[in-house]
Design a binder for this molecule. Structure first.
Ligand SMILES: *Cc1c(COP(=O)(O)O)cnc(C)c1O
Ligand SMILES: [Zn+2]
Length: 467
């Protein structure tokens, strides 16, 4: 009799496993609306109320697996060669895009980026436990890969299922277009990028060109390109890839989960992130909230958004307790990827900052350039946006809003090699402010005497400086 019962119980468990499935949908972020749409709908804003959408998951289904079991699954997959789960994004597939067929996933093994202890830089500025998450050490050189793998995979699935999509388009400050072009090239899907003429780095411009995108250079700024791409993607054959499309947020949200995983599931005290269109900070928050809701973590870090002073609408709104939000005309900044005056994801970002006891800080051109360069002298190779985050951190330390004993993580959003023009002008001293850490090459005749003399002089100078 007992034997029979056992068999029955076993078969019931198997049955439950088979029917248990995870699913996700678009949902309007307006609490008074909450309209839902299938993820295969070509839609970027709510049809009822025009609010932004976000991807919602069936949390009850996900909660059937214990926190411990999720952690074990994510650890087993991390950087494995089992396709596609070795990717930092697709290793968390059930939390990202559970219903996509593996055949339609377009992955370049994104995520799993270096998180390193910036010991020397931390001590220099007064933090004992400072870590840098190098999201730019990835396929196209910025964190944008995390979101683009998800969006392009979904597009591939939609095309496979018969959707009339002919191309994927975006407006970009450089890195979004590079990521879009790379993933579309890998998938064999045409891409179209709208770039503000003369406002992105040479490397960023060359990337989509090399990857075969249709590159449109418009004599305007990012906000101008965004206005145009919104219009042309009203035609459903051109799919919109900007972060107003919340599929990208689903991939980008793995960054927070991955950081916590890399710390053996310990939550840092503060995470600092540079913000422009403000999708990334919303994504960071969304991944962490999901971890909390599914019991993987029991507390949340504080989140800091750092903006360039020349494009700081969120900072201005923060100073007014987020009671109002006024778009600004973004001024030219070295942090070109965040030169955005009218950020699409502001509501999501403000919601995140309220949940995470958030702070917003801004940095002048000189502050961001010096912070990036000072970091470089300790073995980093910072892009200007990472410079904004580092400068913001230094300011908050001085203001006493971050304590030196806190466990701080700075998200480095792009690889410094994409911004060599910024570094060259800094070290040549051709920017319109004094560059404190400029390190100019010394030009010499090719003789041993001249080199020896220069060495003696320069090394003495360094010793004097370091004492
Ligand atoms: C896109 C980008 C940002 C800003 O991210 P948002 O989601 O627009 O706030 C920051 N740094 C770099 C290098 C970027 O490419
Ligand atoms: Zn709505």
């Amino acid at each position: 009799m007992t034997g029979c019962y056992d068999i029955f119980a076993k078969s019931k468990i198997t049955f439950r496993k088979v029917v248990m499935s995870y699913n996700a949908w678009f949902q309007c972020i307006n609490p008074a609306c909450k309209e839902r749409y299938p993820l295969s709908t070509i839609i970027y804003r709510c049809r009822n109320c025009d609010s932004l959408l976000e991807v919602q998951h069936d949390m009850q289904a996900l909660a059937h697996r214990s926190a411990k079991a999720w952690m074990k699954l994510f650890e087993d997959r991390y950087k494995s060669t089992e396709w596609p789960y070795g990717s930092g994004v697709w290793g968390k597939k059930e939390w990202v895009l559970p219903e996509i067929h593996d055949d339609n996933i377009v992955s370049l093994y994104e995520g799993g980026t270096n998180l390193f202890w910036a010991d020397r830089f931390g001590k220099m500025v007064g933090i004992d436990n400072l870590w840098i998450k190098l999201c730019g050490n990835s396929h196209s050189g910025s964190f944008k890969d995390l979101g683009m793998t998800v969006l392009v995979s979904m597009v591939k699935q939609m095309i496979t299922d018969g959707a009339p999509i002919q191309a994927v388009a975006c407006a970009s400050t450089g890195d979004t277009s590079a990521a879009l072009a790379v993933y579309c090239a890998a998938a064999g899907i045409p891409s179209v990028v709208l770039l503000p003429k003369g406002k992105i780095s040479i490397a960023q411009l060359v990337q989509p060109i090399a990857n075969g995108a249709l590159v449109l250079s418009l004599d305007t700024d990012f906000d101008g390109c965004m206005a145009v791409v919104k219009e042309i993607t009203k035609d459903e054959t051109i799919y919109l890839a900007n972060s107003m499309n919340s599929l990208r947020i689903e991939g980008q949200k793995t960054v927070g989960i991955e950081i916590v995983q890399q710390f053996d599931w310990e939550v840092p005290d503060v995470i600092i992130i540079p913000g422009g269109n403000l999708g990334n900070v919303s994504a960071l928050g969304s991944g962490l909230i999901m971890m909390r809701d599914l019991g993987l973590i029991s507390r949340l870090p504080r989140i800091v958004v750092a903006q360039a002073e020349r494009a700081n609408p969120l900072y201005r709104s923060y100073l007014k307790n987020f009671e109002t939000f006024e778009p600004v005309q973004a001024q030219k900044t070295l942090a070109s990827a965040i030169q955005i005056g009218n950020p699409v994801s502001r509501e999501k970002a403000i919601r995140t900052l309220k949940q995470f006891d958030g702070i917003v800080v801004d940095a002048t051109e000189q502050e961001l350039a010096d912070a990036a360069a000072l970091g470089d002298t300790t073995g980093m190779f910072n892009c200007p946006h990472t410079g904004v985050a580092l400068a913001g951190m230094i300011k908050l330390l001085k203001m006493g809003k971050i304590d030196r004993s806190e466990h701080v993580v700075v998200i480095s959003t792009a690889h410094g090699l994409k911004f060599t023009d910024f570094k060259v002008s800094y070290h040549e001293g051709t920017l319109d402010f004094p560059c404190r850490f400029a390190n100019k090459p010394i030009e010499l005749p090719p003789t041993v005497v001249a080199v020896k003399e220069a060495l003696r002089h320069a090394l003495k100078q360094r010793r004097d400086r370091d004492v």
